[in-house]
Design a protein around this ligand. Sequence first.
Ligand code: PLP
Length: 372
Amino acid sequence: MSTTAPDPATRFWSPALRGLSAYTPGEQPQGTGWVKLNTNECPYPPSPLALQRMAEAADERLRLYPDPTALALRQTIAAQHGLRPEQVFVGNGSDEVLAHAFMGLLRHGQPVLVPDISYSFYPVYCALYGVPCQPVPLDEHFRVRVADYLQPNSGIVLPNPNAPTGIALPLEDIRWLLARNTGSVLVVDEAYVDFGAESAASLVDEFPHLLVVQTLSKSRGLAGLRVGFALGHVDLIQALTTVKDSFNSYPLDRVALAGAQAALEDEAHTASLTRRIVDSREWLARELTALGFECLPSRANFLLVRHPRHSAPRLQQDLRDRKILVRHFKQPRIAEHLRITVGSQPECEALVAALRELIDPVRHRDSKVTPA
Ligand SMILES: *Cc1c(COP(=O)(O)O)cnc(C)c1O
């Protein structure tokens, strides 16, 4: 057997997969002892009520399919946003909801507009579904300028706050864009909105071309459950439902439906999680600034930072050697940045201690020998 010949069975691949570079998820390390600040997970456990409801749901009823319409969960979400259940779609993580939106709402021959520095899954959905993707540059301060999106398009996708910058857009900017771009759908991906940005959910009744997408993965500490949802005009929700029912009628299992509903009902728990993370984010931004890092102003559960004198890939590797994981993107404009998830306060302190050693080893050693 030759060791150099390509696997001939790749000839069975659909043409759509040739040249497609898929999304690369952040590392999920094996074993224990890691400080995981690389995938924007919540460092704190989910709602105890959600855990209890999931345990109760895991019984003999699992032989039955779940409700394909997820009506009870959609009613809960609708009530929380002053909407009707017909204006709510739920999916297996917001990634799936977004994929269905690209498939069902954003394919009209023109490019889909996304910020040049943004969630790297958007160009992958475009490639998978054969939609041209047009990156729109952020300004020199890494901000979205909504006026730049007034150009021919099949749809616009804006994360708010943006990832991986963490910078949030005011609701007035979203409204301004909706009022001017009326011929295509604006998807606002609010994966991080609970950490201090303004949700566009309040605009759903006003603009039939707005789709707001949220997730339970970040602010509810349920990345492992895979639940996301969309809010929008009944006709937009119907498009997502049609894609879903042409793909997988049961994206949410019985356990996920029960857990998601309880997690959303436990608003006090969500408030406590987000308060702690926002406090740690502000602490971490101050500490990193004191170490000479430039930190973009984040309204999310992560910071995008760069150090003028230390290479980002080098720092990432040196942190990894100390069992601390942060994310580096090999991408123009942010190749010298690191995206650091805000962990628990002790995790943030461990990161700062490690960086202090890496950034200034001499002073660190001196300060141990002769404390100031
Ligand atoms: C994490 C993230 C998502 C995906 O969330 P899931 O609900 O876990 O699939 C979507 N959009 C952005 C911008 C994210 O960072």
